[in-house]
Write a protein that binds this ligand. Structure first.
Ligand SMILES: [Zn+2]
Length: 182
């Protein structure tokens, strides 16, 4: 079906002579763009980073961003066994959604050592924040200060360990409204 006439271009909003192209009611300028994207994608890809100084956004970024992301109960994943410099055995697990990493976990024998609580809380902070970034990169989960703070706070195992101190400092930035600096 073809419609034409002067209304608003669905893409840029210009009031020009509109015709259907690529599924849009588009103005002449946007129709040229559509036709070039359809017919010369390699040229667009080549020129875009040069002329715009940024990569073309991957397709997944066009998806509607979900405010709260629900991960499936059971995720696919891979578990890796590795040994560090001090000869501690580590298990590194990567959970996947559609083959992309979305969460990491690390565990090691010193998990059970009570004298190493702070080391464990630092480790938990690292994996929680990496998981947050991975979900942002691969699943478009919005990355906010609130979410970072939540993960940092949950990583803390005792008062005044590193995550607890970081939480205390960064949390000041969330409720600065109406407060004066001490
Ligand atoms: Zn247009």
């Amino acid at each position: 079906m073809t419609t034409s006439g002067t209304t608003c271009c669905e893409i840029c909003g210009a009031e020009k002579k509109i015709a259907k192209s690529g599924g849009y009611n588009a103005c002449p300028t946007c129709r040229v763009i559509i036709s070039n994207i359809k017919n010369h994608p390699q040229t667009i890809k080549k020129l875009w980073p040069e002329l715009q100084d940024e990569p073309i956004l991957p397709k997944r970024d066009l998806k509607k961003i979900q405010e709260e992301l629900e991960l499936p109960e059971v995720l696919d994943g891979k578990r890796y066994m590795t040994v560090d410099r001090e000869n501690n055995k580590w298990y590194l697990s990567v959970s996947e959604v559609d083959g992309q990493p979305v969460e990491v976990f690390a565990s090691t024998a010193f998990d059970r050592d009570h004298e190493l609580q702070s080391r464990i809380s630092n480790l938990t902070t690292i994996t929680r924040l990496i998981s947050l970034m991975l979900r942002h990169i691969f699943l478009n989960e919005p990355l906010t200060l609130q979410k970072c703070l939540k993960q940092i706070k949950r990583s803390s195992r005792q008062r005044n360990d590193l995550p607890d101190m970081l939480y205390g400092v960064l949390n000041r930035y969330t409720d600065m409204q109406g407060k004066t600096k001490k």
